[in-house]
Each structure stands twice: as C-alpha cells, then as structure tokens.
Ligand binder design. Sequence first.
Ligand SMILES: Cc1cc2nc3c(=O)[nH]c(=O)nc-3n(C[C@H](O)[C@H](O)[C@H](O)COP(=O)(O)OP(=O)(O)OC[C@H]3O[C@@H](n4cnc5c(N)ncnc54)[C@H](O)[C@@H]3O)c2cc1C
Length: 461
Amino acid sequence: MSYEGVYRQLSFWHDSVPGSLEPGHSLPGDVQADVAIAGAGLTGLWTAYYLNKIDPELTIAICEREIAGFGASGRNGGWCSALFPASLGKLERMAGREQAIAMYRAMQKTVDQVGSVTIIENIDCHWAKGGTISFARSPSQLERAREEVAQARMYGFDETDIRLLTAEEARDQAQASDVLGGVYTPHCASIHPARLARGLASLLRDRGVQIFERTPVSRIEPGRLVTPHGTVEARHVVRATEGYTPGMSGQGRAIVPVYSLVIATAPLPQKIWEQIGLECRPTFSDLRHLIIYGQRTADGRLVFGGRGAPYHFGSAIQPGFDRVPAVFAALRSTLIELFPVLDDVVITHTWGGPLGIARDWCASVGLDPATGIGWAGGYVGDGLSTTNLAGRTLADLITGRDTEITKLPWVGHKSRRWELEPMRWLGINGGLRAMDWADRSEARTGRQSRTATVFGRFLGG
Ligand SMILES: Cc1cc2nc3c(=O)[nH]c(=O)nc-3n(C[C@H](O)[C@H](O)[C@H](O)COP(=O)(O)OP(=O)(O)OC[C@H]3O[C@@H](n4cnc5c(N)ncnc54)[C@H](O)[C@@H]3O)c2cc1C
C-alpha cells in the first residue's frame, strides 16, 4: 500500500483531511539551521509558527519520523479546550495562588488564540466554539460537579467561566440519558484536528520552514539532532515528541505513553440530531473517573473516545496498540447508553494513539540555556490547545524574550521520573482498572468511590 493509503487509515480525521498525505522530502544529509525541532505534531509546528512570526529570518528545520500530524495532534478528540492537567490546588502548592490562576487564565486565552490564528491564516479546521458540557449522570457525579464549580469559585472563576447546570439546563444542550445536572464552560471549541495540523504544516512550508518527513531522530544532543539521514546542527534544538518521547535515547522514564481510543459514527440523519441536540457543537463528557469525550463533527457524525486501553510494558508503542476491539465495543455501548436513540448506530472509523503523561501529572515546557535544548509535553490528553501555549513560550524563550507567558508556573517545571518496570506497568494498569471499578461501583451504589481517589493519588493526578 502507498504511504498515502497507510496514513489515511490512521483516523477519521486523516481519512477526511484535504490534500495529499504522501510524505514530503526526507533530510537530504547534514544541514544547519538556527532552530531544529524533533517532531511535527502541534508542539513542533506551533513552535516553528511563532519563531517565524517573531523573526522570519530564522532558519527552522523540523525532523518528523512519519508525516506532519501523524501523532496525537492529527488523531485526537478535537477538543480545543482550556483544560490543564494539573489542578488549581496543585499549581498553587507548586507556585502560589496567583500563578495558579495565571496558568488557568492563560489556557483560556489560548483557546481564543488558536481560533484567531485559524481565521488570520485561513486554516479551515471546522472551528465551533460551543463550550463543553459535562453531564452528571449519578448522585456521585453530581457531587463532583458541585465540587468542581466550588473549587473554581475559590480561585475567582465566575459564572462566565464555569457554571453548574440543572438537569433541565443540561438537557437543553443535549438529550443524554439519566441526567441529574451538569457543568458548563464556554472555554472550548470543537475542531477537526488533522485540518489544523496539516494546515499549519503547509503554511509553514510556504514560509520557508523545512519539514523533513520520514526522518526519525535517534538522538537529541546539545547543538544537534542526529538522524540516519544526517544531522541537523542548530544553536537551539527542541524535543516535541510527547507520547513518543520514551523511544528517545535517555528519555525512557520521562513520560509514559497512555493510549486513548476513539470511534466515529456515520453521518447521522437530521431527525436523530433533533433528538440529541448539541446544536452549537459543544464538546461533551460525563463526570465518570475513566475519561470519555465526544464532539458533533461539522459533517454530522459523533466522534467519541475514552481511556481504558492498557498501558504496555516498558512504555512500548506499536501501531497494533491503536486498535483494541474490546475498547471500541465498550465505547460504542457507552455512546448508546448516553444517547439511546443511537441503538443501531453504524461506526465507520476506529482508531487510537498514545498521549504523554509525566510522573507528577503536570505538563511542562522549558529551555535549558546551558545546552540550548528545549522541550514541551506531558499534556495528559489536554494538549490540543496547550501545544499552542507551549509553542509561543518556546519561541519567546529561544529568542530571549521575557514575557508574561514565560513566567507561568509550568515553565521550566521538571517532574520526577517514572518508576522502573514492572512497578510502572503494575501502577498504571492498576490505576486504570481502579477507575473503571470506581465508575461501576458508583453506578451501582450511587455513592462516591474512594478507590479512584487512592489510585489517583498514587499516579499523581
Ligand atoms: C486519541 C487521542 C485523543 C485526544 N484527544 C484530545 C482532545 O480532544 N483534546 C486535547 O486537548 N488533547 C487531546 N489529546 C492529546 C493531544 O492530542 C496531544 O496532547 C497533543 O496533540 C500533543 O501534541 P505533540 O505535538 O506534543 O505530540 P504529537 O502530536 O504526538 O506529535 C509528536 C510527533 O513526533 C513524531 N516523532 C516521534 N518520535 C520521533 C522521532 N524519534 N523522530 C522524529 N519524530 C518523531 C511523531 O511521529 C509525531 O508526529 C488526545 C490524544 C489522543 C492520542
């Protein structure tokens, strides 16, 4: 099969993104640049975008093992949200109350920043800023909804940021089953992620950024990226490989790759949409422990994903891990349970991919001035917009600009490393199981389960 054929099968998004997916040129031999980036996901692409904006004379080379947008950036759930993986309380403990609030406000602005770039640069990624609705579908979920809103209020976030919904208000947004209430935040857009990633890559090429595809980086060293095709020498080098980072020499315990899996329905008829709702295309979820996420696409499908696939021993990543039939079947039945009107729904696409989690569950971005090596990642499945903040921050750090965003608490943050195997495998898979048990037990008893909290603490979440 051609590369085009192989990459089209990665996800519904890759299948439906305009333009060719044939790889561009590989690195032709040794080259020099001002900045070299490993990985052409959104972290690498946004970094190049903002560097080019600050100084169009900078030479920038990106080395990508597959094609731009191959990884999580091209195949995620399409939530461009203000979610940040570390809670306000945790950020306060790390850096103080004001910094915690600044981080969350910066995330909110980032959603609009992504939206405005797509308009200015004419990238049609099916942007619809309809917010997020999280349904509370059991008494324990309702309790968590109240806690979430109460915590936000303690830090000065008001009704315009997040609010509790009555059952009726929640059902006005979407006719989900068993709804007792919910939480709504306007700070999220539904997008077609591959259109964003591929659109950005094409724009960057037009502006002179070199993207070398089918070019795996085997080592990142001060002043150079080493690949089988040659080396890229640069004063600054950036690691933008997120969930794939453990495959890099010396990075085996920096990040763990955890798989998230997704299904897409066939386009649904108008009469089904009239019963479901989601008219302004808000992203949706419920407040269970083991995360689920959905969006109504611009072409009238439901894209629906969740965690639950196993972590693989030694942080292994393989194409076969993207597809787990039992998880797809569970996602389909959860979707039908959420919207019973979908009982004979046809699933046209199934896929998945690895996302990156640092040991302390806190995303980070930084630049070591001594070595010139920059990095960003550990977004825990909230990277679609966070990569934009990371890219802007890296561009400021690399060009020596002291800005509001370079002072945010995640800048320069370093997590401790993950445990050696088999502890890592036991801990992560135990945690995933525990969250699943907790959800089942809460559905049965209606009471909050402590199992997930205990494992959540072990995992640092
Ligand atoms: C199924 C799924 C659903 C998700 N849903 C959402 C969501 O709805 N909202 C949200 O905010 N986040 C979501 N995420 C997370 C989000 O997609 C990621 O956090 C974000 O895209 C990370 O971007 P990145 O550029 O850092 O990494 P990636 O997009 O993974 O890019 C890394 C790139 O590096 C390349 N690479 C790897 N190794 C090498 C090497 N040795 N040499 C050269 N290149 C290399 C890869 O091929 C890849 O293209 C989801 C993730 C997954 C997997």
